[in-house]
Design a protein around this ligand. Structure first.
Ligand SMILES: NC(=O)C1=CN([C@@H]2O[C@H](COP(=O)(O)OP(=O)(O)OC[C@H]3O[C@@H](n4cnc5c(N)ncnc54)[C@H](O)[C@@H]3O)[C@@H](O)[C@H]2O)[C@@H](O)CC1
Ligand SMILES: Nc1ncnc2c1ncn2[C@@H]1O[C@H](COP(=O)(O)OP(=O)(O)O)[C@@H](O)[C@H]1O
Ligand SMILES: [K+]
Length: 483
């Protein structure tokens, strides 16, 4: 599991750890890790390369200056540009001077950056507030120009100007090729739009682990998913493996039913029941489906329902949503059903409910603009989870799963190639199948998103949504080869 902690948690863990160590130890650890990582991103090594350190007035600048000193010690030509010469980290400046580095002011930044092989962004870290102020913003522009001419930009702890806790980018910010972060990931490094600014991530261990509380955000990795995947045992039969019911499709959108069933067949449930008017299309493609024309209440037992893709909003659709919400089994609500599901009825449910909106659907449910949700995904997915007292999976450039009382989950496997019609239908079927197989709503949502993203990454693009479903067994095997 990859963990991310908010600034307050990082600060209190740092304080507790620092109390046990001689002064300056943590900054030395951070700078050593940073300098080593910089060596790794420079093709051809450090010796003789031109490094520009952009140093703000806080400890983030201190880290960058100490790392600059180490790189100078390994033969790099290092120039530090201090945002405010009178306030830059004095010991960091002294270390760089001793190592033979040059120190200059912002006026000389464009000239220094024009020749740089490597730029270290040490303007702000977890102490940054709001978008960059004008003089820092000018440096960010100049660094972007240097990057366009081939320099590698490495952000120290965070790209300066992004919000560490939320992933928001309130104004101007640095764009990095790589970010070297200390002690733990910060939520902003994993959530768009800020994550787009961070580039490749590298975590430097500075010994914070034992002092960190529960994370604000976590990301599953292969071994976590392997542990959660449902695997049939000797005594399993199709009912014990779970039956998932899919209520989807309409005369107008029969394809949504086919895609959702396609996802559901690959999620580990033992059987898929389809309920709705697209039975012929579903059977034509997947003859193993148990088809009924409806209503859901008469379809036979299921261990979880998926309702919504291509459903429409006529009388029958409304009735189906009401019936499904009345069942005492987990329910995944997607697409059209999100509009039709009464909030109070969802709040009153005892069995788990998982909502899977994209940003536009989430915005409609919260009565805000879509851009608001995209600007601040983490806070909006949490608001929605609280409003519905349910688990919410917010789709899009960063997929998040939130539930009150537990760390939010961020999916690390997504790819923008998933932005293709019907891929959400595959996700809802796949995730509902995991629910039927017994995973909690939070685990089903995050494992579903993980497999879905991984399947997309392993499918030649551009692809159609049905190809993602076809690819799921392959990535399942790659995550859990012994199952
Ligand atoms: N506290 C610790 O033990 C450790 C801290 N470390 C480093 O220290 C950093 C935190 O240092 P600080 O608390 O000094 O804070 P920062 O250095 O992150 O930021 C504070 C400075 O940024 C300026 N600033 C804030 N918002 C700005 C904006 N929008 N535009 C321009 N300037 C802005 C402030 O005026 C102040 O000079 C971490 O990110 C990390 O890099 C590491 O050395 C590891 C150990
Ligand atoms: N820019 C993006 N980067 C990564 N994943 C994306 C992006 N845009 C969309 N996706 C993913 O693609 C899927 C689209 O689902 P959805 O919006 O419901 O589309 P549809 O209704 O056509 O099925 C979701 O899994 C979503 O997370
Ligand atoms: K920084």
């Amino acid at each position: 599991m990859r963990h991310a902690h908010a600034v307050d948690s990082v600060r209190s863990a740092e304080a507790a750890l620092m109390a046990t160590l001689p002064p300056g130890t943590l900054m030395r650890r951070a700078a050593a890790g940073l300098a080593a990582a910089c060596g790794g991103v420079l093709d051809g090594g450090v010796y003789g390369r031109r490094v520009v350190v952009l140093a703000g007035s806080g400890d983030n600048g201190g880290d960058a200056l100490y790392a600059g000193a180490r790189l100078a010690g390994r033969g790099a030509g290092v120039t530090a540009v201090t945002l405010d010469p009178d306030r830059a980290h004095p010991d960091g400046l002294a270390a760089l001077r001793r190592a033979g580095g040059r120190i200059t002011g912002p006026d000389h930044a464009p000239a220094a950056l024009a020749r740089a092989d490597l730029v270290l962004d040490g303007i702000t870290g977890i102490g940054g507030k709001g978008g960059l102020r004008p003089r820092a913003a000018e440096l960010a522009h100049a660094a972007r120009a240097a990057s366009a001419s081939g320099a590698v930009v490495v952000a120290v702890d965070l790209p300066s100007g992004v919000d560490a806790d939320t992933g928001e980018t309130p104004g101007e910010a640095f764009r990095a090729d790589a970010t070297v972060t200390f002690g733990t990931y910060k939520p902003g490094l994993l959530v768009d739009p800020a994550a787009e600014y961070a580039g490749a991530l590298r975590l430097v261990d500075i010994g914070l682990g034992p002092y960190l509380p529960e994370p604000e955000l976590e990301a599953l990795q292969h071994e976590d998913v392997a542990r959660l995947l449902p695997v049939p045992r000797g005594e399993s039969d199709k009912y014990r493996r779970g039956v998932v019911g899919v209520v989807a499709g309409s005369q107008r959108y029969p394809g949504a039913a086919v895609l959702a069933v396609g996802g559901a067949l690959r999620g580990g449930a033992g059987a898929v029941r389809y309920v709705g008017p697209a039975g012929d299309a579903v059977i034509g493609r997947y003859p193993e489906t148990l088809v009924s024309a409806g209503p859901p209440a008469k379809a036979g037992r299921v261990q979880a329902w998926v309702i919504g893709p291509g459903l429409g909003d006529d009388h029958l659709a409304r009735q189906s949503v009401d019936e499904v919400l009345a069942c005492d089994v987990p329910v995944l609500i997607d697409a059209d059903a999100l509009r039709l599901a009464d909030r109070e009825r969802v709040r009153a449910r005892r069995a788990p409910t998982l909502l899977t909106p994209h940003a536009g659907e989430a915005a409609a449910l919260l009565d805000v603009a879509r851009e608001e949700v995209e600007r601040a995904r983490l806070s909006h997915v949490r608001r929605l989870a609280a409003a519905y007292r349910a688990t919410v999976l917010l789709k899009g450039s960063t997929t998040l799963v939130a539930e009150e009382g537990a760390p939010a989950r961020v999916n690390p496997t997504g790819t923008a190639w998933l932005a293709t019609a019907g891929s959400g239908d595959v996700l809802s079927g796949l995730t509902g199948s995991l629910l039927a197989a017994g995973l909690s709503a939070r685990d089903a949502g995050s494992v579903g998103a993980y497999l879905h993203g991984l399947a997309a990454r392993h499918t030649r693009h551009p692809f159609g949504a049905h190809e993602i479903a076809d690819r799921v067994p392959y990535v399942w095997h790659s995550v859990h080869p012994r199952a």
